[in-house]
Design a binder for this molecule. Structure first.
Ligand code: GDP
Ligand code: IMO
Ligand code: MG
Length: 428
């Protein structure tokens, strides 16, 4: 077996939850390594339909230990509600652990996320308002509070006191907002503490041990490569790295322990929130994709912006993640399309760009150059064998493989766990 990192290849919502729910069948460990409850990972399996924000998507298998790694920011209220929902659906969560090094989202983080977005006004980033920017800023500013701090009430109180002193100055003096009460926040988190403490562990050793024994370990990414703070469409990005490299740091494994890196891509592109998206379709084709695929955010319910597959961005994502495999999802959404376009390059001021620009002021002005392929007219959602796919669908996949220089090993043809075509063996 192996350690496999699974990441979003585009702007998030590629279907990571679905693919991980499927691959976890053989896993010993599934560990989330970045993001927070800005993520919304949809899983549709015999237990029902779930939108997981923090709990790893391997939770539905009794043999899987699920870990929320040190790279994740945890909102305790969201996590406890999610655990409750899972219990109510008959899912056993007794193998769920959280890293003592994971940072906690505090009430001032969500408050400041909203106030900062309001201050940005027209330049708002369109964040999920989950406190993600502020919590990761505090992490690197060495002002954060970690899950492990909850183990000792005095330690927790002293860290909270020192953080809140500064936050209340910002809330009252910069934003003319009301201060937060130390006592109230402390009591609220002491209440969460009772349920969280039994889950808190030094989790990197659990993961390393399983990896060393050769068990299957899946590292579950959140968001997508183009939202990476370094390589994404800065500043329209998230605040922790969704790239495969962050998989190591986010759980405490060495790069030498990673065997495969699987990138999930939709057959088209979507984006939720602000920022450039060269292939966005603001027409009836974009609307058709949105309605057919129910492209509304799993976390915020916002309509997702839809467009043709962007192979320039896709190639960049393959390269910066070092993908060994692609899992292509939502191919069924193209059923009945007379033709399908792929963006193969950008036109910028008379030049043809084949690489993804780092500067969004350039990207905003890029015009997609399209190649048009024949579509297929039949429904593919019941197909389970690659050879039974219509020739046009196989041709579309083959063109994507060429443009991205990476093999497609899995194809999803619907939201259900069973709606999958295994093209190549990921575990060999
Ligand atoms: P994630 O954040 O990457 O896990 O993706 P989301 O859950 O936010 O969004 C993916 C959406 O597409 C969910 O509603 C899934 O149920 C759905 N989905 C996943 N794979 C497929 C697929 O192959 N076909 C269709 N039609 N829907 C899919
Ligand atoms: P999953 O894991 C899609 C986007 C937000 C916004 C930007 C910054 O479900 O794929 P943040 O709240 O992180 O500060 O917002 O990032 N964003 C996502 N878009 N899927 C996600 O997660 C996202 N998580 C954040 O919409 O544009
Ligand atoms: Mg999502």
């Amino acid at each position: 077996m192996a350690v496999i990192v699974i990441v979003g290849g585009q702007w998030g919502d590629e279907g990571k939850g679905k693919i991980i729910d499927l691959l976890a069948e053989k896993a010993k460990i599934v560990a989330r390594f970045s993001g927070g409850d800005n993520a919304g990972h949809t899983v549709l399996n015999p237990y029902g339909e779930f939108r997981l924000h923090l709990v790893p998507s391997g939770i539905f298998y009794p043999q899987v230990t699920c870990i929320i790694g040190n790279g994740v920011a945890i909102n305790p209220a969201v996590l406890l509600k999610e655990i409750d929902d899972l219990h109510n659906h008959g899912v056993n969560t007794s193998r769920l652990f959280i890293s003592d090094r994971a940072h906690l989202i505090m009430p001032y983080h969500t408050l400041l996320d909203r106030l900062e977005e309001e201050r940005r006004s027209k330049g708002a980033l369109g964040t999920t308002l989950r406190g993600i920017g502020p919590v990761f800023a505090d992490k690197v500013a060495r002002l954060g509070i970690r899950a492990g701090d909850l183990l000792d009430k005095d330690v927790f109180l002293s860290r909270l006191k020192s953080a809140l002193e500064l936050k209340n100055i910002i809330l009252t003096k910069v934003y003319q907002s009301s201060p937060l009460s130390l006592e109230e926040v402390y009591q609220q988190y002491c209440h969460y503490r009772e349920q969280l403490v039994p889950l808190i562990r030094e989790t990197s050793s659990i993961i390393r041990e399983a990896a060393t024994k050769g068990e299957l370990v899946l590292l579950e990414g959140a968001q997508g490569a183009l939202l990476d703070p370094d390589f994404g469409t800065y500043p329209y990005v998230t605040s922790s790295s969704p790239l495969a490299g962050a998989g190591c740091i986010g759980v405490g494994l060495s790069p030498r322990q990673i065997n495969r890196v699987v990138g999930i891509f939709k057959a088209y592109n979507t984006r939720v929130g602000a920022g450039p998206m060269p292939t966005e379709l603001k027409d009836e084709i974009g609307d058709l994709i949105r309605e057919k695929a129910r492209e509304y955010g799993a976390t915020t319910g916002r309509p997702r912006r839809c467009g043709w597959f962007d192979a320039v961005a896709g190639r960049f994502s393959v390269q910066i993640n070092g993908l060994s495999d692609i899992a292509l999802t939502h191919l069924d959404i193209y059923d009945g399309f007379p033709s399908i376009k792929i963006c193969t390059a950008y036109k910028f001021k008379g030049d043809v760009l084949t690489s993804f620009p780092s500067d969004i002021t350039i990207l905003e002005k890029c015009q997609p150059i399209y190649e048009e392929l024949d579509g297929w007219q039949e429904s593919i959602s019941g197909i389970r064998n690659f050879k039974k796919l219509p020739a046009e669908a196989r041709n579309y996949m083959s063109r994507l493989e060429d443009l991205l220089s990476c093999p497609i090993s899995l194809v999803a043809v619907g939201p259900d766990r069973r709606q999958i075509i295994l093209v190549k063996d990921l575990f060999s």
